[in-house]
Design a protein around this ligand. Sequence first.
Ligand code: PBG
Length: 324
Amino acid sequence: MFTPYFRPRRLRRTPALREMVRETVLQPSDFIYPLFIKHGKNERLPIRSLPGIAQLSIDEAIKEAKEAQQLGVPSLILFGIPKIKDALGSESYADDGIIQQAIRALKEAVPEMIVIADICFCEYTDHGHCGIMHGHTLDNDATLELLQKQVIAQAKAGVDVVAPSGMIDGMVGAIREALDGSGFQHVPILSYAVKYASSFYGPFREAAESAPKFGDRRSHQMDPANVQEALRESQLDVDEGADMLMVKPALAFLDVIRAVKERFDLPLAAYNVSGEYAMVKAAAQNGWIDEQRVTLEILTSIKRAGADVILTYHALEAARWLNA
Ligand code: PBG
């Protein structure tokens, strides 16, 4: 009989031994919880393809924020659903726009909560694209000016962190310049530096009512086949003054998370996007997988790949499981 000399199983024998040598430990403070904010009062409009997630009026969002805080989830990222969409997405930079109202209300009700605002136009424009359109082409540099207006409106409302998500060339530099020029030098930029033209955003577009009315986002979001380009995109955002980087989606792009983490020493976020969440929920509802174990395994793998923080719709549930 062959008897092995090396026995890695020795350190897996008991739960205590396994815990002692665990390399990646997930905690509620790793999570950023996305909220969809709508006008109105007392409203919670469930999103069919994101079970457990709803469009919330501001008063309901405050309840959700308090619950997040109790569970140890320290931050939220806000997406707005405007009353009226137009060609320029003007509600996104109005002082009384839905996100500006939400930022003020949340910072007043739950001051320690980190309120991050997504910066983009797709939820606010009638055509559903991420900036100013001329016919079927997105005007990159004209969009930068509008992004500057949007970020100032959010900063005036008291946002803690801004997160530009449109993959517009120069967005980080333009936003940094606008913030610094208006006395908001202290507001950090979490850049969606590496965002792929992914099919995993489907449920989000239902939630945020932001699907493009024509065409797609492939002229600005990245080709899922590329990783070298992810490093170049990250480098540009670092040079333009990003404080944190993001890779999105997460699960099908773990190698990209690792590559960005190894090259850059900025804190790195990864977005466990709507389609990733919806797949887990659907399989769990069918009784095909154990939702808790699968979810914690996915979130742990994203952290193991190199993410310091994870944007996830599972934030509150995962926090509850981790706290149990
Ligand atoms: C754009 C934005 C999108 C997501 C976050 N910010 C959608 C898109 O690019 O079409 C997707 C997030 C998700 O799928 O969970 N404002």
